[in-house]
Design a binder for this molecule. Structure first.
Ligand SMILES: [Zn+2]
Ligand SMILES: [Zn+2]
Length: 401
């Protein structure tokens, strides 16, 4: 059942539904031509041309392929940043859809095609029909998938050139009903760190282990030992993940290899837990290696930080969501996720909120219910109208006349 809505939200949804087909076509065009992080040449050309044609002042080059479109209206001194990501993933598409990727091995499997289309749809509507007072910056970022395009845009001066009082971003999420909006104050997405461990032992004959120092046995002990960090060192009320995604050693059954290599993914939802994990992993790896008589080299790389939604902007984001789709379709206590997101870098510098839009959770949602990063996933086009209406209403509420 729909909750009663304010007339403005009703009209807005109607207007953006009326123009949705055009932007669904844009979405499918981007989907057909996916580009990897920092290589979004065609996509950023398309974004820049459209923004320019609607009267936005367009700035290119931040983070390489990043695009910022700016619109100023009235005398208001406030400024708002809305962000969409543009990059695709190294996945071979298996949806069988008519607008499937024409790039072998590359696919929009995270819905960034949809995020870009939703923000473009909002951009045109806002430029042509929305009254506001202040400055609006639409930020189209490259390379969200692991390569830190958000950080790169900031290093290139994003918030110095385009100061924002608040920033918002929206990501689709399969498993939630289509068009429902999900958010939470505080930590919402996890930090993500990468650890490479090289164990150096002494290789030898498999029949004479006493003449070798076996890095395979040491590595096996380390894999098991790492599990004790989550089980025994982290507060049981906190979240932590240590995944050993790769353990490579040796080539033959009768040869003890000289080295072994482990690759870890480490996640947490609290900066202090993140530090604890870093310290304990390094201590444990070195301690275990020493006890097995092998040497360990640990390369600990910091990836994305914990994404923390700020209280004020989260309250506004939730209020706008309820105004648009009704309280019954808004979850203010959404789950924190152990995935990560480089919008976290923006939120370390500027207050704001990251929210999810349900991509579908049932059979009628087809590919929309399939999880992101799966070859069968597709962005749910029914969200183009709702997502763009959401951005339009947020602009009206944040930059009110
Ligand atoms: Zn992704
Ligand atoms: Zn994504």
């Amino acid at each position: 059942m729909n909750a009663p809505r304010e007339p403005i939200a009703h009209d807005l949804l109607a207007a953006l539904t009326a123009q949705a087909d055009e932007f669904i076509a844009v979405r499918r065009d981007i989907h057909r031509h996916p580009e990897m992080g920092y290589k979004e040449y065609r996509t950023s050309d398309l974004v820049a041309e459209q923004l320019q044609s609607w009267g936005y002042e367009v700035h290119r080059g931040l983070g390489g392929t990043g695009v910022v479109g700016t619109l100023r209206r009235g005398t208001g001194g406030k400024s708002l940043g809305l962000r969409a990501d543009m990059d695709a993933l190294p996945i071979e598409e298996a949806t069988g859809l008519p607008y499937s990727s024409c790039q072998p091995g590359i696919m929009h499997a995270c819905g960034h095609d949809g995020h870009t289309a939703m923000l473009l749809a909002a951009a045109r509507h806002i430029a042509q029909q929305v009254e506001f007072s202040g400055t609006l910056h639409l930020i189209f970022q490259p390379a969200e998938e692991g390569l830190g395009g958000a950080r790169k845009m900031m290093d290139d001066g994003l918030f110095r050139l385009f100061p924002c009082d608040a920033v918002f971003a929206m990501h689709n999420m399969p498993g939630h009903p289509q068009g429902h909006l999900v958010l939470r104050q505080g930590p919402m997405m996890a930090s993500s760190d990468y650890v490479s461990i090289v164990l150096e032992g002494v290789g030898g004959h498999g029949a004479m282990p006493h003449r070798a120092a076996d890095p395979v046995v040491a590595g096996a002990a380390i894999v098991l030992g790492l599990q004790s960090i989550v089980a025994r060192n982290v507060d049981p009320q906190q979240t932590a993940v240590i995944t050993v995604g790769a353990f490579n050693a040796g080539v033959a059954n009768n040869v003890i290899p000289h080295t072994a290599r482990l690759e870890l993914s480490v996640r947490s939802l609290d900066p202090q837990v993140r530090e604890l994990l870093a310290q304990r992993i390094q201590d444990l790896v070195h301690g275990q290696a020493q006890s097995y008589g092998v040497k360990a080299q640990v390369n600990y790389q910091r990836g994305y930080p914990v994404l923390v939604n700020h209280a004020g902007p989260t309250e506004l984001a939730a209020a706008v969501a309820e105004e648009l789709v009704g309280a019954g379709r808004v979850n203010r206590q959404g789950p924190a996720l152990t995935g990560s997101e480089d919008f976290a870098f923006f939120l370390q510098e500027v207050p704001g909120c990251y929210l999810l839009i349900g991509n579908g959770d049932g059979q009628s949602d087809g590919h929309g219910a399939c999880m992101v990063h799966n070859p069968g996933y597709d962005f749910n086009d029914r969200n183009v109208a709702i997502g763009s209406a959401y951005w339009s209403l947020l602009v009206q509420r944040f930059l009110s006349v």
